[in-house]
Structures are given as C-alpha cells and as structure tokens.
Design a binder for this molecule. Structure first.
Ligand code: PBG
Ligand code: ZN
Length: 323
C-alpha cells in the first residue's frame, strides 16, 4: 500500500518535505504615495493599503529592507488630477522613486494614468466617432505611458510596471527607454490583468475609480485563458522582462501556464480584494488570518509565481506573519 502519511508523521518530517517556500524576498509590498509629510494612513480603514508621504515611505522602505524585502511597488496618488505632470521628473511618482534611493530595495514603479485622469480611466478618453461609442484611445495613451516610464526610469526606478492594458505599450516603453539611454530598465508588464471585482479597495487608496463606464474595454475578460496567453506572448515579443498575472488566486491556472510556457520571471499580484477576503473573514473571527494568508501565498508560489505583490508583506516584518 502507498503510505504517503509516512511523510506526515512528525513535525520535522513535515518541515523536511515541504516543497514550496515563501521567502520574504519573494514578497513585494505596495504603497500609495501622497503629497505632504508625516502622512501614514490606512485607506480605506483596515484595507492593508497605506498612503504614505515621501518621508514616511522612506522609513517604511527601510523597515521592509530590514525585514527581508528586496523590492517595493510604488503608486502615486497626486492631489490634483491632470496629465501634465505625469510625465515630468518632478511628478509625485518620481519623487517617491527618489525617496527610496539608497534603501537597497529594487524600486518598481507603476505606469498608468488612472490616478491622473479626471475620469479615472487608465488612458485618454475619446468621444465616439464614426458611429462608434466612446472609449479609451489606445495609441495616444501609449505615447503618454512611454514618457511616464522614461521619467520614472530616469528618477532611478529599476523596474517600470505598466498596468494599463493598452496594446503595444511594452514595445513603445522599450523603444522610449532605449532612445533615452535607459535601456537597462526592466519592464514588468501586467500581461494578464482581468477586469476584476477585486480592485475595490485599491481604487479608494489610489483615487482611481472610473467616473463613467468600466474597464472592460481594456482589461481582460476573466473567462478568457487563451486570450491571456496571447497577451503574454505579445508582451514577451515586445520586450517585457517579466510578466504579471492579476488577480492571483483567481488566475492560478494562468500563473502555472505562464510558468510552463516561458522562462521569464512570473509575478502575481494578490490584489486588494483578495487581501480583503482574508482580512475581513479573519476580523469576523471566521478564519485564522495568519494561516489563511500563508496558505494563499504558498499556493500562488506553488502555481509558479517567483514574486508576489501582496498587502500581507508588511505583516512579515511586523512579526505578525511567519512564513
Ligand atoms: C490600475 C490598477 C489597479 C490595480 C493595480 N493597478 C486597479 C484597477 O485596474 O482599477 C489593482 C490592485 C489592487 O486591487 O490591489 N492601473
Ligand atoms: Zn490604471
């Protein structure tokens, strides 16, 4: 008889034959940078999403580094909407990148327009024409994204992470980086990003909820796995160094498929709603927060993710989550 329970007889046997680890290095915390100083607020309350000013961001980055993190994901939330500053070296996003300089963390900077546009869309809205309904205009958006990526890279971001889901933006970003002598910048492309119900808390923290319509004209239909593979293939062909899957738990199949198909690093984003599902159930006393968090993270790693962007990451250096 096959007796697999032999492996489970003692604690040390269980530990010895553990196949998948979640090293602190694999967890990437994400922060929302706002103007001012001394700002440190969780928004919405208990969401695990933190708005920080540049000074507190630096403190938090140092704490993360001391706790074993190797990278940080940065989102900027400017108080005034408008695209003018999005592409400038003086932008809040660029300030945030510079604030983390010398912390030893790899700085991953989000590239998207939804915190800048008045209507909260990830690109430039174009009114209907030729009898077509209005929508986000792909090619003019891509031009702005490329300039934004250049500004972030020039400010010191080792990684730029386009999360907009426009077509052709990886190629445009690559070309713009090369043109400006920033060709050593890594591009982490959100390849399979679903139009998900799981982004609610993020849109509060990033002040990026669409004011009209939704994101289904550019983010993916969650039903489409083969289309996700085409997105990934396109991004690799355009020069992406790494691929992001998002959300994580609802796309474990895609993480595994990406792992099997390509040899680039695969990153998964455990998004704000996934965090909320665990955190809120734990707050209600229904599940154990630490065990549930660990189980989700180890599952995402087991599916094949090298790195996981997660709002649970700071729990590790707070000593609340033992992996
Ligand atoms: C927008 C963006 C979103 C997230 C990351 N980048 C939200 C959206 O598409 O509306 C979601 C992350 C999260 O929920 O934690 N470019
Ligand atoms: Zn966006």
């Amino acid at each position: 008889m096959l007796r697999n329970r032999r492996f489970r007889r003692t604690e040390s046997l269980l530990r010895l034959f553990t196949e998948t680890d979640v090293p602190a290095r694999a967890l990437v915390p994400a922060y929302f940078v706002v103007e001012g100083s001394g700002v440190r607020r969780e928004l919405p309350e208990n969401s695990g999403l933190w708005q920080l000013s540049c000074d507190t961001l630096r403190e938090e980055a140092q704490r993360a580094r001391d706790g074993g993190a190797e990278a940080i994901m940065l989102f900027a939330v400017p108080s005034e909407k408008g695209l003018a500053r999005a592409t400038e070296g003086s932008s809040l996003a660029c300030q945030a990148v510079r604030a983390c300089e010398g912390t030893g963390l790899v700085r991953m900077a989000d590239v998207c327009l939804c915190s800048y546009t008045a209507d909260g869309h990830c690109g430039l809205w174009r009114e209907g024409h030729h009898g077509r309904p209005g929508g986000v205009d792909n090619d003019s958006t891509v031009e702005v994204l490329a300039e934004m990526a250049v500004a972030l890279a020039a400010s010191g971001a080792e990684v730029v992470a386009p999360s907009d889901m426009m077509d052709g933006r990886v190629a445009a970003i690559r070309a713009a980086l090369e043109r400006d002598g920033l060709g050593d910048t890594l591009v982490l492309s959100y390849a399979a990003k679903m139009a998900s119900a799981m982004y609610g808390p993020f849109r509060h923290a990033a002040d990026s909820a669409p004011q009209h319509g939704d994101r289904r004209g550019y983010q993916m239909n969650p039903a489409n796995g083969r289309e996700a593979m085409r997105e990934m293939a396109a991004d690799i062909a355009e020069g992406a160094d790494m691929l992001m899957m998002k959300p994580a738990l609802t796309n474990l199949d895609l993480i595994a498929a990406a792992r099997a198909r390509w040899d680039v690093p695969i990153v998964a984003y455990q998004v704000s709603g996934e965090y909320a599902m665990v955190a809120e159930a734990a707050r209600a006393g229904r599940i154990d927060r630490q065990r549930a968090a660990r189980e989700t993270l180890v599952s995402i790693r087991r599916a094949g993710a090298d790195l996981v962007v997660s709002y649970f990451a700071p729990d590790v250096w707070a000593g609340k989550l033992v992996l």
